[in-house]
Each structure stands twice: as C-alpha cells, then as structure tokens.
Design a protein around this ligand. Structure first.
Ligand SMILES: O=P(O)(O)O[C@H]1O[C@H](CO)[C@@H](O)[C@H]1O
Ligand SMILES: O=c1cc[nH]c(=O)[nH]1
Length: 255
C-alpha cells in the first residue's frame, strides 16, 4: 500500500492498530504514548505527530490532530485508511457551568456543531453524537481512575475567540450571531467549549467509525478567562481516563 497523503504512513506501520488516541496537541501525543508503554515515533509532519505504543498486548496509535475540524478530519480519514476503527479524543476545555471545577474531566455525549468541517460529512440536522460504547468506556474509566467528572453536551467551535464568545480580544467585538451565545448554551445545559469533537463525532458516525471524547477543564469561564491552574494536572487527569478507556475497549473487544 502507498503512504497516505499527510501522515506519510502505510498500513504495515500501524501493526494492526484498531484504536487511536487523538489529542489536539502534538507534545501531548508523545506524553500519552510514553505513558502507555515504550513508544515508537512513526512520523512528525505539520500538526500530526504519530506514535505507536502497546496496550494489553495490542498496538495502539496516538496521533495529534492539531486545532480544529479540518486537520482533525484529515487525521481521522487517513488513520481509517490505515485500519483504525475507534477514535478517542483527549483534549483540554473551557467549562461554562458554574458547578464544574478546574481539573475536572468532561465526557461528551454529543456536540453542538459550531464547526464547518462536519457539514462536509453530513447536513446540520444530523447529530454530532459520540459512540455509546466509547462513551461508556470513558465513564467507567473516570470511576476507575477516581477523578471528578461530568457527562453531557459540549459546544464544539471552529474558533477559539468569536465562536466561544470571547471579548478579551484585539477588537473586543464579537459577531452578532455569537453575542449571547455562551449564555444560551449555559441555559441549554451545555457543559463546555472545545474545538474538535463536532467534526470527530459527525464524521465518525457518518462513515461508520466509532468516537468518544474526554477533556480536562483548564478554565471555568463563569469565573475567569485565563487559566491559572496547573496544566500538567489537568492533562494527567484526562489522559489517565483515555488510557483506561482504551484498555477496556481492547480487553472487551479481544477476550
Ligand atoms: O487541548 P486540545 O486537544 O488542543 O483541545 C483544545 O485546546 C485547543 C484550544 O486551545 C483546541 O484544540 C481545543 O479543542
Ligand atoms: O476555553 C477553552 C479552553 C480550551 N479549549 C477551548 O477550546 N476553549
């Protein structure tokens, strides 16, 4: 098989891996892979840093997606061409409900589609829903790891600033379409904002793949805009959950 366009890998490179852990941040990909086992770096190209590790005797890929839907859709498409069937995103996030604390872990059941890329896979009426079994594995993993967690709906935006209604910007202006949107999502019981899950959930459901998403809370937007929490602690909590979720999916699949 030829190498896929962006990731520059062939099917043989993945050694039969069926599960990918997909963080946004390239540096996080390395830390996750090394926390799982001795890890092999398969490639580093653009925002895609790809590692192969071994979990429960099976190969597992860790591949960063970069920020946002377009690059996420490339990583998912090309990993699927290489044989991956299940995608577990682990990210960071901003909470918008007052009862959620920094460091808590949020498991997304579905996402508000404030992205553009998902509309290249299915019309807006189609839900951005996580796979049930991936979500169940994430929730069970939260119990196993023993972190405070919340389960619910995420707003997933193409932009970090206007789409998440941030006024602490160069212009201070937010397009009318987004003015009041954060309060609307709060009233509709949305837990948080991040930037990839809408694309990930929609494309995976539409093309017959499975996806779940967990995120560590860096900031609670009802209190402040700039995080002042230990990023390492936030990442550790969420990464611990995604690794345990992957472990249980492998064990249950394989038996
Ligand atoms: O920490 P990651 O996985 O990158 O996720 C979140 O952080 C980035 C924005 O700072 C976006 O990618 C958002 O989804
Ligand atoms: O507020 C936040 C924090 C992290 N990532 C986001 O997309 N939003």
């Amino acid at each position: 098989m030829e190498k896929v366009f962006h990731l520059g890998l062939t099917k043989a490179d993945l050694k039969g891996a069926k599960i990918a852990i997909v963080p946004g941040c390239p540096d996080r990909a390395k830390r996750i892979a090394e926390r799982i086992s001795t890890a092999q770096c398969l490639n580093k190209t653009r925002e895609f840093h790809i590692y192969l590790a071994e979990l429960e005797g099976h190969s597992i890929v860790v591949c960063s997606t970069g920020i946002g839907g377009p690059s996420t859709s490339i990583a998912v498409e090309e990993l699927a061409q290489l044989g991956v069937e299940t995608f577990l995103r682990v990210g960071t996030t901003g909470a918008i409900q007052p009862h959620i604390n920094e460091g808590d872990v949020l498991v997304s059941t579905a996402s508000v589609r404030l992205d553009g890329a998902s509309q290249h896979f299915a019309p807006l009426a189609y839900p951005a829903a996580a796979d049930f079994y991936c979500t169940q594995a994430m929730v069970n993993a939260c119990h196993t790891v023993g972190v405070p967690f919340h389960v619910g709906i995420t707003a997933s935006s193409d932009t970090f600033y206007p789409g998440q209604e941030r006024y602490d910007t160069h212009s201070g202006y937010v397009l009318k379409a987004f003015q009041g949107s954060c309060q609307e999502w709060q009233k509709l019981n949305v837990m948080n904002y991040e930037m990839e899950s809408a694309t990930l959930f929609t494309m995976c459901a539409a093309i017959g793949l499975k996806a779940g998403c967990v995120a560590g809370v860096l900031v609670n937007r009802t209190k402040q805009e700039i995080p002042n929490v230990d990023h390492g602690m936030v990442e550790n909590n969420a990464v611990g959950v995604v690794i345990e979720a992957a472990r249980s999916l492998i064990k249950n699949e394989v038996k």
